[in-house]
Design a protein. Structure first.
Length: 272
């Protein structure tokens, strides 16, 4: 597949971020298909680009690359509609699920496209990632050979470091991403809510957790495994852990205790 024309199917957080970033590096968006074409006014697009929706489709021919950035559960039905309504012969369709593999868009393959999954490992919200964030991130790609090749080309264009993942590894890969990204986020918010119960003086100049979290995260990234961990769990200080579990809400205490047990098992495994 040559050329750098693309379409976005599903202009949500990732779709819009890719739209902006790909256009920034000189790719041309020819079409955006949304659930409602009312989003047109909120997108920064060339005048030639078409914005439409499934109920009011306009005439456009599928470009070489179609990025399917709908939620995971929508990939299969949307792929079926794409296969029914667009000429996909010789095109590449890439969906962006971290969990699901290329086969989820199998109906596009049956319609003549090469299909792949293309997953950037970063959190894409509002505001969208900066160029520097894209360039510090990796992208797991798998699928038909032409789709993998194109996926790598898309990744290279926006500065992502791409690698080919085995389809059967995707659930574990995605679970690892959720642990590192989402669970960290949840832990910080949960910790902040607990801290707010501690009568911190009003007007604290910055988030008191920031320095702690940043130094801990840096230690985790420089460590080989768990040797950089500090605190009661690392010290095996059961009495302190018990006091923590007493004061935390039940579900958080359960999660904390489960991680402490995981650490203990890991340490025993290392000393075997
Ligand atoms: N955000 C991230 O950090 C991130 C990172 C890596 C990968 N991903 C993956 O990217 C995909 C999208 O995630 P997201 O966070 O961008 O979700 P999102 O913000 O909810 O965006 C999904 C978009 O798809 C649209 N959509 C839903 N059904 C559609 C349909 N039938 N036809 C056309 N458009 C449709 C939604 O429209 P409405 O707004 O009208 O519902 C919305 O604009 C998921 O597979 C996710 O795993 C996300």
């Amino acid at each position: 597949v040559s050329g750098s024309d693309f379409a976005i199917i599903g202009p949500g957080r990732l779709g819009r971020a890719l739209l902006a970033r790909l256009q920034q590096v000189g790719w041309r968006c020819v079409a955006v298909r949304a659930r409602s074409s009312a989003v047109a006014g909120t997108l920064d697009l060339p005048a030639t680009a078409v914005v439409d929706d499934w109920d009011n489709p306009r005439r456009w021919s599928a470009p070489p690359v179609l990025l399917l950035t709908v939620p995971d559960r929508q990939i299969r039905p949307v792929a079926e509609r794409m296969a029914a309504e667009l000429d996909l012969i010789g095109r590449v369709v890439l969906h962006t699920s971290g969990l699901l593999d290329a086969d989820e868009a199998g109906s596009c393959r049956a319609a003549g496209a090469a299909v792949g999954s293309w997953h950037p490992l970063l959190s894409v919200g509002d505001p969208a990632p900066t160029a520097a964030s894209w360039e510090a991130a990796t992208c797991a790609v798998e699928g038909d050979p032409a789709a993998v090749e194109t996926g790598r080309r898309v990744a290279a264009a926006i500065g992502l470091w791409a690698w080919t993942i085995r389809p059967e590894d995707k659930p574990r890969y995605h679970a690892a991403a959720a642990l590192a990204g989402n669970i960290t986020h949840l832990c910080i918010v949960a910790a902040r809510l607990e801290l707010q119960k501690c009568a911190l003086p009003p007007g604290t100049p910055f988030d008191p957790l920031r320095a702690l979290v940043e130094t801990s995260v840096n230690a985790a990234f420089t460590a080989r495994e768990l040797e950089g961990l500090t605190g009661a769990i690392a010290r095996g200080d059961a009495a302190t852990i018990a006091r923590h579990l007493d004061v935390l809400p039940r579900d958080l205490a359960d999660a904390y205790a489960a991680l402490a047990r995981w650490f203990q098992a890991r340490r025993e495994h290392d000393s075997d």
